[in-house]
Ligand binder design. Sequence first.
Ligand code: GLU
Length: 400
Amino acid sequence: MNIMLQTAQDTIREAAKKLGYDEEKIQAILEVEAEHIFEVEAGGKKYPAYRVQHSSKRGPYKGGIRFHPDVSLDEVRALATLMTLKTAAVGLPLGGGKGGVVVDVRSLNHGEIEELSRAYARHLAPHIGSQKDIPAPDVNTNSQIIDWMIEEFEAQIGQADPGAFTGKSISRGGSEGREAATGRGGAIVLGEFLKSKKNDKKPLTVALQGFGNVGYFFAQTLRHMYPNLKLVAISNSKNTWVKTDGVDIGDHVGHIPRPENLADLAAVKPLPSDAIFGVKADILVLAALENAVNSKTMNQIGADILVELANGPITREAEKFLLGRQKIILPDVVANAGGVIVSCLEWQQNTSGEKWSEEKVNSELNDILVKATKEMILYSERNHRSLKQAAFELALERLQ
Ligand code: GLU
């Protein structure tokens, strides 16, 4: 079994056992409700494609679609399962699903990406919709791709259904604040955790693995809202850049810069990508891909607090190892829930015909995440659980 699926299932199993569930009940939670396995064609080539609908217990299936060469059915199952736990952990009226296409988007031109996106939505049209399953962006997908998908979907069903996809562009019915939401949410959860430990006044240092949409907006939020958190290192899939007196990422409207193009890093000698794990910083934020901290990299971790901003970035073996070393892990199902929370707000705006200001969206996002973080911390302290165990147990109780 894929390591991420194993990690997700083992974590659920452990939480369910603590809650006294029997094997039959655990199996029912792990089982997916439906799977769609198909192929999509673009530029004359066919690519394997999936949509896994894990649970609709709390509402329509909800979760992104990723385009990546390492996508597999088991990975999509793991991600769909995590979405069910995530929406429950932060109390949204939504279930869990996920989609993926096995494709290296760098090998496709603009027209082929459009063709692929439209083919994906066309195939899934009978199985999705604002009351059934609501896809959104994930790794390597964005508002442009979602716009193509909803257009194709609405053409298939012959009517408008603006809440059928979230993460749309603003002009197509998307929400203010959605693009920044996952990164922003991660900063809010971290800030709330530090406040609960009464160390939000001390300056702390932060190393950031991953500088895509999520990592970039996390860094921007630190810059604007958390002056006591100093970014001292950034990595991407190729390199790590360390600047102990702080990295100023600057303002960039309409695009996400590559770290190598940041003026503040021009004089910094790049290190190998994996060097990020050993950077001397108080906090390590994992905003790249799953299984980043594993049996090979877990020994290198220098930080005391890790934030799971990607989905499943720490394997179970590494999690046990790090907890044994008294490290704190802010779990993905809460730390990166900002994206799906603002997706939910987008869906609510679409179904009610309202349009909210960025301030209103950000304030709702803040309230939902602060509440979920406080509940997780309280449960963990009262019941002597790690934060991840606490978040999973709280989520499972809401899936009854
Ligand atoms: N892809 C994001 C996630 O993993 C967002 C999903 C959504 O907005 O539905 O949480």
